[in-house]
Design a protein around this ligand. Structure first.
Ligand SMILES: Cc1cc2nc3c(=O)[nH]c(=O)nc-3n(C[C@H](O)[C@H](O)[C@H](O)COP(=O)(O)OP(=O)(O)OC[C@H]3O[C@@H](n4cnc5c(N)ncnc54)[C@H](O)[C@@H]3O)c2cc1C
Length: 465
């Protein structure tokens, strides 16, 4: 078998792998991008970020359609949902995104090699193509970016029919109702709002005593209230311990609280696990951790010289946003750079209804770090832009500061445009902004961002007490 030679091979064409391949090519390397799926873009495009965001967009449009009369826009008849068109809009976005990715890779002369990659040696990779042909790629440098897979629950293996993973949701052809969602983390909550808006009855089961672990308590409470207001049945401190197929179709699930729940389908939203199956990492000398993750040092170097890793396979944040940063940095470091990806202030967008934007420490985390905390808030009801959008309830901007220095420690927003506004706060955190900087900044009027000034002023007024 003759080998094709490259300066650097990237395994996996998800967000991390694409970013790595493009950055390495920009730096002048001859790059091979190895991908086993016919589609480029990984989970972000196939089953994760883009699909869930197109569902979310359709749900928000549907809801807005019901409020259009407030803006003087009259439609004849009640708005209705065509779930077939919802799926079609996702496919259109995927096609558009495939075009963007392909032309980006082509412009940078990245060679895409289709097939499943496995190491023969640290600098030699076998790629098994569809149809069984195996080719060899030789490269002294490599970036591993093989991503993650959904986890399953004991006693509840996904079958793609009644018990679904988040990967299966994109294959739905109709809205299942009642829908049992197991796990009220980010993805479980997003899908609870989306499918409730699409008209499904939703039962949301969560092991912990609240939704959205890791998010600020006050924001999570607002979301729980909103779930209840919209008729989602939320069962905290509960899990599903068993299930059986119901004679009438669908399933009957048993909760740890002893309740039987009837549902058309269940979807398991309990997280994702790094994916390295079939890579033969031992042939390359790459060590893995207990969950199958590939540990690296702060410069994304694995245990094998010349082999770097980026994205979900690291088993850390599991977000497209950080995967993109890590992919580029891994490629730079492989080619002689010495950069640490700065992930101290990662902004999160959560597409619940209303959406959430969050960055930095929650109030509880800041308090637990032992420093005196100063909190400032601005409800959306105090913002004319939110009122004009009829989007003021619920809505809250909450800023967490260090009481002594008044430096910003964290920001938590629930309400319209929260996932956009949060970027300004991520920058403010990085630059060490103080409450005064935010309170005496100039903000476009009317805007939701004006609430940053009001929340910072609220915090400063708390200094006097
Ligand atoms: C429902 C859902 C919603 C999400 N929403 C968001 C969001 O709003 N914002 C956000 O930032 N993140 C979001 N995420 C997370 C995001 O999708 C992932 O963090 C991101 O896609 C990870 O990118 P990656 O490149 O590390 O891995 P992946 O996207 O998993 O890509 C890995 C690639 O490697 C390929 N591969 C694996 N093994 C091999 C092999 N042996 N040979 C060749 N190819 C191989 C796979 O086919 C795949 O294409 C969401 C995830 C889900 C599930």
């Amino acid at each position: 078998m003759t080998a094709s030679r490259f300066d650097l091979a990237v395994i996996g064409a998800g967000e991390a792998g694409i970013a790595a391949a493009v950055r390495a090519a920009e730096l002048g390397a001859r790059v091979a991008l190895l991908e086993k799926s016919p589609q480029l873009g990984g989970a972000c495009v196939a089953t994760g970020t883009l699909p869930s965001k197109t569902f979310s967009l359709s749900a928000n449009m549907f809801e807005l359609a019901g409020r259009l009369k407030h803006f003087g826009v009259l439609l004849s008849g009640e708005p209705a949902l065509d779930f077939g068109e919802v799926a079609a809009s996702r496919q259109r976005l995927v096609r558009c995104d495939q075009g963007v990715i392909q032309s980006h890779l082509r412009a940078n002369k990245v060679e895409i090699i289709r097939g499943s990659a496995s190491f023969l040696a640290p600098d030699r990779i076998a790629v098994r193509r569809e149809g069984g042909e195996v080719i060899e790629v030789a490269a002294p440098l490599c970036v591993l970016a093989t991503g993650s897979r959904p986890t399953s629950l004991p006693g509840l293996p996904a079958d793609g029919r009644l018990i679904l993973t988040t990967d299966d949701i994109v294959g739905l052809t109709e809205v299942p109702s009642p829908l049992l969602i197991i796990g009220a983390g980010i993805i479980g909550c997003e899908y609870a709002f989306i499918f409730r808006t699409f008209g499904a009855e939703i039962i949301l089961v969560e092991l912990l005593d609240r939704c959205l672990p890791g998010q600020d308590d006050e924001i999570a409470r607002i979301i729980e209230k909103e779930l209840a207001r919209r008729g989602v049945r939320f069962l905290p401190s509960n899990t599903v311990s068993g299930w059986e197929e119901a004679a009438s179709g669908g399933l009957s699930a048993l909760t740890s609280g002893g309740e039987r729940l009837a549902a058309a389908k269940a979807v398991v939203c309990t997280g994702r696990r790094p994916f390295t199956a079939g890579l033969e990492l031992q042939a390359a000398g790459v060590a893995t951790g207990k969950r199958g993750e590939v540990p690296t040092d702060s410069r994304l170097r694995t245990s094998a010289p010349g082999i770097f890793a980026a994205g979900d396979v690291l088993g850390r944040r599991m977000q497209s946003s950080t995967a993109i940063l890590e992919g580029g940095v891994a490629a730079e470091n492989a080619l002689g750079g010495d950069r640490e990806p700065d992930e101290r202030f990662v902004p999160s967008g959560i597409y619940t209804m209303p959406e959430i934007g969050a960055v930095g420490l929650t109030e509880a985390q800041a308090a637990a770090s032992g420093r005196p905390v100063l909190v400032g808030k601005c409800p959306y009801a105090g913002l004319v832009k939110a009122c004009s959008l009829y989007a003021y309830n619920p809505g809250l901007i909450k800023l967490v500061f260090d009481r002594e220095s008044t430096r910003l420690l964290g920001a938590h927003i629930v309400g319209a445009e929260a996932a956009e506004i949060v970027h300004a706060l991520a920058l403010a955190l990085k630059l060490g902004a103080r409450a005064e900087d935010l309170a005496y900044g100039v903000y476009h009027h009317p805007s939701i961002s004006e609430g940053l000034r009001e929340a910072a002023r609220d915090a400063l007024s708390g200094l006097k007490s």
